[in-house]
Structures are given as C-alpha cells and as structure tokens.
Design a protein around this ligand. Structure first.
Ligand code: NAI
Length: 480
C-alpha cells in the first residue's frame, strides 16, 4: 500500500487529501499539522473549513484510508510520498518585507522531513512557492540526508475556495514538474499514477520543475489581472454612463477572451492573489526586470484603488460624512460559499468606514464575530503568521457589531454595503429592509447582486459598481 503524508491541514491540504483518499482506496493518506486545534476539528463533526461537499467526502473516508494527526514525525517517516501544503505568507520584516514569500514554514517542514526520514521519499511542493524553491529545498534535504534519496516534485494546486471539491474531482489540469533525470521522471510517474485514478491522462501535464512552480504564480497573476482589468473599466463606466455588465458581456463573447472572471466588484480578496502577485513582483525585481515587476504591481494597485473608490463613494453619497451613522455590511467572506476572510476586501472597506467614524453592523452567514473582530484588529500581512492562528482575544473594535441576521444588521441603518455575493442576498425582502432603515436609505452593492432598478422603485438610492449612476450620486462630489 502506498502511503501519503501531507504536512498542513489547511484549505488546500485538507480537501486535496480527502479527495485523494476517496478516489484511491488503496492508498493510505494521513494529514498532519502543528496546530492541535485544526487536527481536532478535522477529527470532529465541525470541520475547520466550510466547503460545499467536503463533509461528505471526509465522512466517507475518515478512519478508512484518511487520517488526521499531530504525530508529524511518525507519519512523515512512514510515508512514500510527502506533500507539503503549509502556508507561504508574505514576509512582514527583513529582506523583501511586504513582497517576498516567507518560506520559514516550508523550510522547517523540509528540515523535519530530513531529520526523520529513514527511507527514500518523494517530496511534493503543494504550497505556492517562488520559482526555484525546489532548488533550495533540494539543498536542505540532500545536505541533511544521511544517504537517503529525495526527489522533489512541484505539484501546485489550482482549486478555488467555494468550489474546491468540484475542482478536485474534475480539474482543468493537474500539473507535475520534476527533474529531467531518470530518478526525477520515475517520481513524476509515481505521482501521475496517483492522479490517474480519477483524472484523465490528457489533463495531467508534466513539465520541468521551474515551469510548474512559475505556472502557478502566472495563473494567479492572470486571474487577478482579469478582475483588475474589468474593475478599471467599471470606473470608466460610472464616469460615462456605460454599464459594466453589458461591456463585460460583449467583451467576453470574443472567444479569444472568454466570459469567465469578468465580474466587476469591490475588489478581489483571498489568501492567494495578492500574496502571489507580490511574490511575482519581487522575483522580477530580483531578476533585474523592473518593467515586468511594475506591470504586475499595477494589478494590486487597481485592486486597492477599487476598494478605496468604494469607500469614497459611500462617504461622498451620504453628505460627505458617515460619522455616527449605522452602516450595515452584508457579507464579510472574500467570496460566496466560503467562510474564509483572508485578505477579504471587506476588511479594507470596513476599516475605511471606521476611519470616517461610522458604526458598522455586519452579517455573514459563515463568518463568526470572533473572526471579524480579529481581522479588523490585525495589521496588513499579519493574518497568515502563526501568532494569528492561535486563539487570542483582540480588543474588540467598539464601533462594530456582528449579527446572525441580515434584517437585524440593517435595522435603523443609514446605508447597506453588500460586500460578498452570497446567493441569499439576492432574495432578501428589501422592502422590509427599507421600511426599517433611516431615510434617505442607501444601498452600495459591491458585488452587483441586486437589481438596482427594483431597489430604486422601493425608494433606495442605489450604487452598483460600474452601472449608470443614480441621479442622486451624480450630484455628489466626484470620487477619486
Ligand atoms: P492554511 O493556512 O489554511 O494551511 C496551512 C497549514 O499548515 C496550517 O494549518 C498550519 O498550521 C500548517 N503548518 C505550518 N507549518 C507547518 C509545519 N511545519 N508542519 C505541519 N503543518 C504546518 O493555508 P492554505 O490556504 O491551505 O494554503 C497552503 C498553501 O497552498 C499556500 O502556499 C497557498 O498559497 C497555497 N494555495 C492555496 C489555495 C487556497 O485557495 N487557499 C489554492 C491553491 C494554493
């Protein structure tokens, strides 16, 4: 029986290994983590992450050929294939701070593998890492190997949160990069055999190590770039009376462009896009390519601009002040169907409104009060470092309340900001919400989930990103 061990039981390690266990009953899969709380949650009925379909997959395999454990050394030493799926956040201090990937967690995982290994291993980079990381990992492993042979593979993960199980069941592609030596190619084949249990052969791509590592960074940069492109156009739509939904539809009809990932919004979030692009920027700078670095940096700048433009729109529409006003925030997760709030645009929007002294009442169907308070008390880039994985009691941000009901959140509010595209926000009783709000009542739709015309008929003043402006908003000071 092939044994697989995965270091890191997070959003990637957990679902990916659960699907491997489901599809490969003859493989034993053990997911290990240094976080005792995370492993306990994976072994309980309340899994640590919300992902449609995940509960079902875990229930089918847990205790059969899928196990979650904190005994890292035992399972690493027994495994044939070791996936490393630890966090690779942006460095917060030292060389490359604010851009470079922090590989502390990866390096300590590699050193531990070298320490406990007693037989040959295939070590798989599952985390997103800077191109050329495999070379560094190889050095750490081989210099500490005591005669053991390690083969490093790059197998970046392309799942998207919210659709992780579907993406893992039917991936567009699985990418495996390895050394072009006979041993390297043997390791590539071994990993290919695992995926071949359910992924059609023509979707399993094999490349050299550096292409595989760089493809992941490039794919995330391209995806984020599409969002920033349509968001940049949304600002021009508002200035001219064009409708971004119509523009995006027309643009996407061109088969060379395609219709996906063209929704204008308050901005992209999530743990990957920003950190991976910053990392790409840093790598370009280190390779003496400042023009390329600046090109990709612009994707982040437009994203920051979109968030601050949204806050400015809220404040300027409401007579240039939100001080003491109640603003309801519907949705805090970075997108629908996940409880993940890492780098969610809601953090920057809420911080912007709090900076203008608003009182905020937040409702999200999947995010707890504790998480929201923690996010709002945290500094940029701090979220993915271990201190913040531990339970802590931050000083609650006093102007923020969190409710478990959209109607409660909006009661007595002056304005509503929709910041996540949860399906349930489409079918709220907006008449009831309007009746219970201060007048004039504003809706600022950061995800284009509501029909602005219908809400205007109720009496709301509505701002929808990239859509023709409400006459009220046209009269307000220009937004920059
Ligand atoms: P996460 O933060 O949810 O999980 C990482 C886990 O690794 C944590 O539970 C942490 O306790 C654990 N860990 C840290 N050091 C460890 C060590 N030495 N030994 C064992 N466990 C250790 O992170 P997530 O979201 O799963 O991301 C992991 C990697 O996958 C990152 O590099 C990320 O960029 C990449 N990725 C993430 C995607 C996503 O949608 N979240 C999608 C594709 C790639």
């Amino acid at each position: 029986m092939v044994k697989i061990c995965c270091l890191g039981a997070g959003y990637v390690g957990g679902p990916t290994m659960a699907v491997i266990a489901l599809k490969c009953p003859s493989i034993e899969v053990v997911v290990v983590d240094i976080s005792v709380a995370r492993i306990s949650a994976w072994n309980s009925d309340q899994l640590p992450i919300y992902e449609p379909g995940l509960d079902d997959v875990v229930k089918q395999c847990r205790g059969r050929n899928l196990f979650f454990s904190t005994d890292l050394e035992k399972h690493v030493s027994e495994a044939d294939i070791i996936f490393v799926s630890v966090n690779t956040p942006t460095k917060t201090r030292g060389l490359g701070a604010g851009k470079a990937a922090d590989l502390t967690y990866w390096e300590s995982a590699a050193r531990m593998i070298a320490d406990v290994a007693k037989s040959d291993k295939i070590v798989v980079e599952k985390s997103t890492v800077p191109v050329k990381t495999a070379e560094a990992i190889e050095k750490i492993l081989t210099h500490n190997s005591r005669g053991i042979n390690f083969q490093i593979l790059s197998n970046p993960e392309f799942l998207a949160e919210g659709t992780a199980i579907q993406d893992l069941f039917q991936p567009d592609r699985v990418l495996i990069g390895g050394r072009e030596t006979p041993e390297g190619q043997k390791a590539v084949r071994a990993l290919k055999d695992v995926y071949a249990n359910w992924v059609p052969e023509d979707r399993i791509l094999t490349t050299n190590l550096w292409s595989a590592e760089l493809s992941k960074l490039a794919a995330n940069a391209f995806l984020a770039q599409r969002i920033s492109s349509v968001n940049a156009i949304s600002a021009l739509c508002e200035a001219t009376g064009a409708n971004v939904a119509e523009v995006a539809f027309s643009v996407g009809k061109d088969t060379r462009i395609g219709p996906k990932f063209l929704n204008a919004s308050v901005g992209f979030g999530g743990s990957c896009f920003q950190k991976d692009i910053l990392n790409l920027v840093y790598i370009c700078e280190c390779n003496g390519l400042p023009e390329v670095a600046n090109y990709w940096k612009q994707v982040i700048k437009i994203n920051d601009y979109q968030k601050s433009r949204f806050v400015n729109r809220v404040v300027s529409s409401m007579f240039n002040t939100v001080a003491g006003k109640k603003i309801a925030v519907l949705g805090f997760a970075f997108k629908k169907d996940t409880g993940d709030t890492r780098e969610t645009p809601a953090i920057d929007v809420c911080k912007g409104l709090l900076g203008d002294k608003a009182k905020i009442s937040i409702y999200d169907p999947q995010v707890t009060e504790d998480q929201i308070q923690r996010d709002l008390a945290m500094n940029k880039f701090d979220w993915d470092h271990p201190i913040h994985l531990q339970p802590m009691s931050p000083t609650a941000v006093k102007q923020v309340t969190v409710t478990w009901d959209a109607y409660e959140a909006t009661k007595g509010a002056h304005g509503v900001c929709i910041l996540t595209e949860w399906d349930e926000f489409k079918s709220l009783d907006y008449k009831k919400i309007y009746d219970n709000m201060q007048k004039p009542a504003f809706v600022f739709d950061g995800r284009n989930v509501v029909d602005p015309e219908k809400l205007r008929e109720i009496g709301f003043i509505v701002y929808s990103i990239g859509k023709p402006l409400d006459p009220w908003l046209k009269d307000m000071p220009a937004v920059a």
